[in-house]
Design a binder for this molecule. Structure first.
Ligand code: MRU
Length: 348
């Protein structure tokens, strides 16, 4: 199984996703700054994956400062720096908070070795749980497919974007194994080509038939009845069911509605922001203009041109047919379904 994040005692190995599909190369992270930089540069990317990477980043940071008299303030600084890497995917903050709440069980009189061990256990648990959640999502999601269909996906919500298996692509893998997915259409996903570079590569590794299209071909592919469902991942889901995901997702959802095609979102509960009412409040990352003005290092737009480069957009819940979680499939009205989900999580 493809594992883009591996923990080897004092070293975090991250599959460098900026080099795919041309090179399969792991970055060896021995300090938290390298992890932070890898998240910033999208060498590790995808909401659950950056949460897992940040959790191990905290372990590395704790190890770095284990002999310092300023261990506790340094640990806070590590968490803060990791939290400043990317603003949209809530999994990052969820994982950091979870790690820091483990640290908060100890105090200044505790043995630092015990704190580090507890942090390491927690990071390993976060990664293992992510894989387990994805397997549950895959099974719940596959139940939505009971006749062979072609599906369309946007960006990469696969093993590369998680601790393994993937969210949207986990569902695809499961439904494909049951004979209910015949082909995946992958939007190339401008500007950084997560669809063309990553989803295509990942599915080809598993011999799942995949066709890439440029983003502006989606409407026509739908019009020609070449896809019967859309399935994507998420970076943040708010209490009303709005979904932030890779830029372009919103357009795909509008097109799906126009063509009467179900639009599914697959995400673990770590992607839900239970403190935010609506998608209007989600901070949307804006990235460097060169991602738009250049292609493979070559300038493709005039020098000095104004650029708007949001990395994510928000799909309103009204366009979403169902949200697949590890607790089951949610359908609208999402305010109610998500409130019930919260109760389930609490075990009420
Ligand atoms: O900028 P990226 O590549 O990190 O964006 C990733 C996405 O938008 C994914 O679709 C999302 O994180 C879900 S991954 C399971």
């Amino acid at each position: 199984m493809l594992q883009s994040i591996q923990w080897k005692e004092n070293c975090l190995l991250l599959l460098n996703q900026t080099l795919l599909p041309n090179k399969v190369e792991y970055i060896e992270c021995r300090d938290y700054q390298v992890v932070a930089e890898a998240i910033r540069r999208l060498e590790v990317r995808g909401a659950p994956a950056i949460g897992v990477a940040a959790a191990f980043g905290i372990v590395l940071g704790a190890k770095e400062f284990s002999n310092s008299q300023y261990f506790w303030t340094s640990l806070l600084k590590v968490a803060e720096e990791l939290g400043q890497t990317r603003p949209t995917a809530v999994n990052l903050f969820w994982a950091i908070e979870r790690m820091m709440s483990v640290a908060s069980r100890y105090d200044k009189n505790s043995d630092i070795a015990d704190v580090i061990l507890a942090l390491e256990h927690e990071a390993i648990a976060i990664a293992a749980e992510d894989l387990d959640m994805n397997s549950k999502i895959a099974h719940f999601g596959a139940e939505l497919f009971n006749i062979p269909v072609s599906v369309l996906t946007h960006c990469n919500a696969g093993a590369l974007a998680t601790a393994g298996l993937g969210t949207a692509l986990g569902v695809v893998r499961q439904a494909f194994s049951e004979g209910n997915i015949t082909r995946v259409f992958a939007d190339e996903t401008r500007p950084l080509l997560q669809g063309a570079r990553l989803t295509a590569w990942e599915l080809m590794q598993d011999n799942i038939p995949v066709t890439i299209i440029t983003d502006n071909m989606t409407g026509w592919v739908m019009k020609k009845n070449m896809v019967q469902a859309v399935i994507v991942g998420a970076d943040r889901i708010t209490l009303n069911g709005d979904v932030a995901n890779k830029i372009g997702t919103y357009g795909v959802a509008v097109l799906a509605k126009e063509h009467n095609i179900p639009f599914y979102v697959a995400a673990p509960v770590s992607t839900f922001d239970f403190t935010m009412e609506s998608g209007l409040n989600i901070p949307i990352e804006e990235r460097d203009a060169t991602e738009v003005t250049h292609f493979a290092g070559i300038r493709t737009a005039p020098e000095g041109i104004e650029v708007f480069n949001p990395a994510f957009d928000v799909t309103p819940s009204s366009l979403i047919t169902a949200i697949i979680t590890e607790y089951g499939v949610l359908k609208g009205p999402y305010n109610e379904a998500i409130a019930e989900l919260q109760q389930k999580i609490k075990g009420v």
